[in-house]
Write a protein that binds this ligand. Structure first.
Ligand SMILES: Nc1ncnc2c1ncn2[C@@H]1O[C@H](COP(=O)(O)OP(=O)(O)OP(=O)(O)O)[C@@H](O)[C@H]1O
Length: 273
């Protein structure tokens, strides 16, 4: 069974090159995290005293304003960052999907990149060989698949990356919001694959600013605020507290239907929790 536990964890970023007073001031003014002032080197306290337990079957959305600590928390949960203080324990193999473009090589062709990206996400060569045709078909990139990636448009790269990402079998799936920022029409096509991917994964943590995607993929949520957990609970309750209004109120009819509700008025409180 997969799980992630974090106890009293903090993550600091010392800013060694912030030498001048004005630069320190600029960092202090702009950053979303809290800046420690005790030492000569400014330290951004990106996460403070985090206590989180995520278990097999959990689908957790991460919400919060820019700089609140969502991406840093995902990196802590993936094991990429060690806590500066406190502890974390990750049981299971993590597929971190933070940037759709990571792991792609501009000189390799589309098919080669599908293979490489799949291996990077923890799949075996055999698994990827048996899936590559299906992924290639999904991308609709045709002859481009034999061309170097540097000849692709941004949207074409996203199609390729999304095709691979949605084909994997992750134990622990950590998604950063980039995946929600892809072309709307292609995302509509990828939606079923994304839903299936989430169902296949043992555990999901998904950082996003897109309410509808959060409601669709997650049942619980964590609200990050200035590097701390402000609230944890059922997705609808957390989004309502974070936004100051029920997320169902302004949802499109199409989204309501996708989420399994005929009309906003019929949406039950705490749905999916
Ligand atoms: N590598 C880093 N070096 C220094 N500071 C960092 C680093 N990564 C993040 N931070 C700081 O940590 C804080 C949290 O950043 P993080 O990227 O986790 O926020 P976020 O909630 O994901 O924001 P967004 O919604 O804008 O993506 C911010 O103050 C940010 O400036």
């Amino acid at each position: 069974m997969v799980s992630i536990d974090v106890w009293n964890a903090s993550v600091d970023f010392p800013i060694f090159d912030a030498k001048s007073r004005s630069l320190k001031k600029a960092v202090l003014n702009k950053a979303g995290g809290k800046i420690g002032t005790d030492s000569k080197v400014p330290v951004i306290e990106a996460l403070r005293d985090i206590n989180i337990s995520v278990a097999h079957g959990d689908r957790v959305g991460l919400v919060g304003h820019n700089g609140a600590g969502k991406s840093t928390l995902l990196r802590l949960l993936s094991g990429i960052y060690e806590p500066t203080r406190g502890h974390s324990r990750i049981v299971g193999k993590v597929a971190p999907v933070f940037d759709l473009g990571v792991g792609l090589d501009p000189e390799m062709n589309g098919i080669e990149n599908i293979m490489i990206r799949g291996l990077f996400l923890g799949m075996t060569r055999k698994q990827m060989e048996s899936r590559v045709d299906e992924i290639a078909e999904f991308t609709e990139l045709g002859d481009y698949l034999s061309m170097p990636l540097r000849t692709y448009s941004t949207g074409m790269r996203v199609r390729l990356a999304l095709g691979v990402v949605t084909s994997i079998d992750p134990e622990i799936l950590l998604l950063d919001e980039g995946i929600g920022a892809v072309d709307a029409s292609f995302l509509a096509k990828a939606r079923d694959r994304l839903n299936d991917l989430v169902k296949r994964s043992g555990l999901l943590v998904f950082a996003s600013h897109a309410d509808e995607m959060l409601m669709e993929l997650c049942t619980k949520a964590i609200w990050m605020d200035k590097g701390q957990v402000r609230m944890q609970g059922p997705i609808r309750d957390v989004l309502t507290a974070y936004k100051g209004r029920d997320p169902y109120e302004h949802m499109s009819q199409e989204a309501m239907e996708r989420l399994g509700h005929g009309s906003p008025a019929s949406a039950p409180a705490g749905e999916g929790a």
